[in-house]
Design a protein around this ligand. Structure first.
Ligand code: SAM
Length: 234
């Protein structure tokens, strides 16, 4: 998969995406990520990528033209338009199911807004969907683009050692994960559940299933009820 991120702050994205699991996946070629500076696609001598809003109001609005040039340059490299997403507090709120769906695309173009937002006309022309990372407002789309890229990238083949690494985790099946433990067996008087030390695979797996249900019901009764409903219907 290839992800192109269009932003006024590419260093902010690069620094995060060069670290840890995603950084290693980029180096190994399991995923390709390019961060584009929208300012590089301006044509005036001051490299202005934003301007005051028509109709008045506070703040600045990002101009359509440099974003269009950036998107066209990516289209030309790919020889086709990528699936294009605007990170926006007005978009549909990101879920694990959505990240699974997006991980199926070969090419994603992520547009990060800043300041007051982006000229509506470029959104109307190039954007396929708007995605929010929650019902609150941030200063820019960079953190949301990083959240989305991370959530998608970890499901791409070759990024994690095996699919079970993400399939077993919270939200993938609609439930939360069971509690995890590591050495020592006894810490401050608290022991690791005995079954996990037994080496009995079937009992361990039954314990994990039971714990998933218990933890989900306790921490997220809304998810638990939705899971029960889905199970009844299927
Ligand atoms: N004026 C916009 C509004 O009221 O809908 C908010 C603009 S916000 C200050 C600047 C940029 O941050 C947006 O263009 C968007 O790219 C990004 N952003 C802010 N909150 C976000 C969220 N919850 N999810 C995704 N992107 C967000």
């Amino acid at each position: 998969m290839r992800v192109d991120i269009a932003t006024l702050f590419p260093d902010m994205c690069e620094s995060v995406l060069s670290e840890s699991i995603i950084g290693r996946a980029r180096k190994s070629g399991a995923i390709e990520i390019h961060c584009h500076n929208i300012r590089d696609y301006t044509t005036d001598k001051h490299h202005r990528a934003d301007d005051t809003p028509y109709g008045g109001g506070m703040g600045m609005v990002m101009k359509a033209e440099p974003i269009h040039r950036c998107w066209l340059a990516v289209c030309a490299e790919l020889q086709k338009p990528p699936h294009s997403i605007y990170l926006s507090p007005q978009g549909s709120v990101l879920t694990q199911a959505k990240t699974v769906q997006l991980s199926g695309y070969e090419n994603l173009f992520l547009l990060c807004g800043h300041y007051e937002g982006i000229d509506q006309r470029i959104l109307d022309q190039i954007i396929d969907e708007e995605i929010s990372i929650g019902d609150y407002v941030l200063t820019g789309g960079e953190l949301p683009a990083l959240v989305l890229t991370d959530a998608i990238a970890r499901m791409c083949s070759g990024v994690l050692p095996a699919a079970v690494c993400f399939e077993d985790e919270s939200h993938f099946s609609g439930l939360l994960e069971y509690p995890q433990y590591t050495r020592p067996e006894l810490w401050q008087g608290e022991a690791v559940p005995e079954v996990l030390l037994s080496g009995h695979h079937r009992n361990i797996s039954l314990w994990k299933e039971k714990e998933r249900l218990r933890v989900t019901e306790q921490k997220r009764p809304d998810l638990y009820q939705a899971w029960l409903k889905h199970k009844k219907e299927s």
